[in-house]
Design a binder for this molecule. Structure first.
Ligand code: ADP
Ligand code: MG
Length: 246
């Protein structure tokens, strides 16, 4: 075994796998550029850290479960005038996540609620946060499955590991009592502990009706609204606009 191979394998034994596999190149570059010992020492560690960060972001992206890739850069604020670029950009310091605040996008179908929720989620992942995206019905089904196995608590604590939980399309269809109860358990666990982004077509005034004014549902709404930025969106459906073009 050459000295290079030996050194690389010792890096590997310390789990510095990127350094181990790129050691020859890194040394060759350092020699060619005649960089200082200190720069070289720094380059080894920076290279390893950057690679780890990249891997982690990729993993978080996969785990988020976005239904589509929607980027904030592609959002057209000339079409959607009930929200401004400045409002959305001001969220991207992610203080709302650090402060456990919620975002609520309310509006009719097609106005860009899900697009914005995914776009913000992607930026948050790039900033190092762990995100979970779930359609409300899928989330309810998911909770129900664990509840039937007697593992609701366990599932809720798994979900609570994410910094931000995006619940898409809450309120589109009515839910059964047990489903509301499970959802309440989740919201309760997340309350003031994690952030929620919610998209819904229901204005709060009708949420009571939607939840049949029951004593489980109203506290759900209270807990979500408390500490939240609410965006009331309107306008034409973008889907219809796209159709008209053709
Ligand atoms: P909602 O969740 O409000 O029903 P979506 O976010 O799913 O609406 O938007 C419907 C479609 O139109 C998506 O493909 C989305 O990317 C696109 N879209 C909506 N609003 C805009 C916009 N202002 N700029 C660019 N694309 C948009
Ligand atoms: Mg949507």
């Amino acid at each position: 075994m050459s000295m290079l191979e030996q050194t690389a394998s010792r890096y590997r034994s310390l789990k510095l796998t990127t350094t181990a596999s790129q050691l020859a190149d890194l040394i060759a570059q350092a020699e060619a550029n005649e960089i200082s010992y200190l720069s070289f020492a720094d380059q080894l560690v920076s290279n390893e850290l950057n690679h780890r960060l990249h891997t982690r972001v990729q993993r978080n992206f996969r785990q988020a479960g976005f239904p589509a890739r929607k980027f904030l850069e592609d959002f057209d604020y000339r079409h959607q005038t009930t929200i401004t670029k400045r409002q959305i950009n001001s969220l991207l310091d992610f203080n709302f996540i650090d402060d456990r605040n919620n975002l609520i996008f309310i509006g009719p179908p097609g106005v860009g609620k899900t697009h914005l929720a995914i776009g913000i989620g992607i930026k948050a992942i790039e900033a190092g946060y762990k995100i979970l995206f779930r359609n409300a019905l899928d989330l309810v089904e998911d909770l129900e499955m664990f509840e039937m196995k007697g593992e609701l608590k366990k599932r809720i604590s798994q979900i609570s590991k994410y910094d931000l939980i995006i619940i898409d399309e809450l309120g589109y269809l009515p839910m059964l009592q047990q489903a509301r109860y499970n959802l309440f358990q989740l919201i309760n666990a997340l309350y003031e502990f994690r952030s929620i982004v919610l998209t819904t077509n229901k204005d709060f005034t009708s949420w009571g009706d939607f939840f049949h004014n029951d004593n489980v549902a109203i506290p759900i709404v209270d807990r979500i609204i408390h500490h939240s930025h609410i965006f009331m969106m309107g306008g034409e459906s973008y889907r219809i606009k796209e159709k008209m073009k053709i």
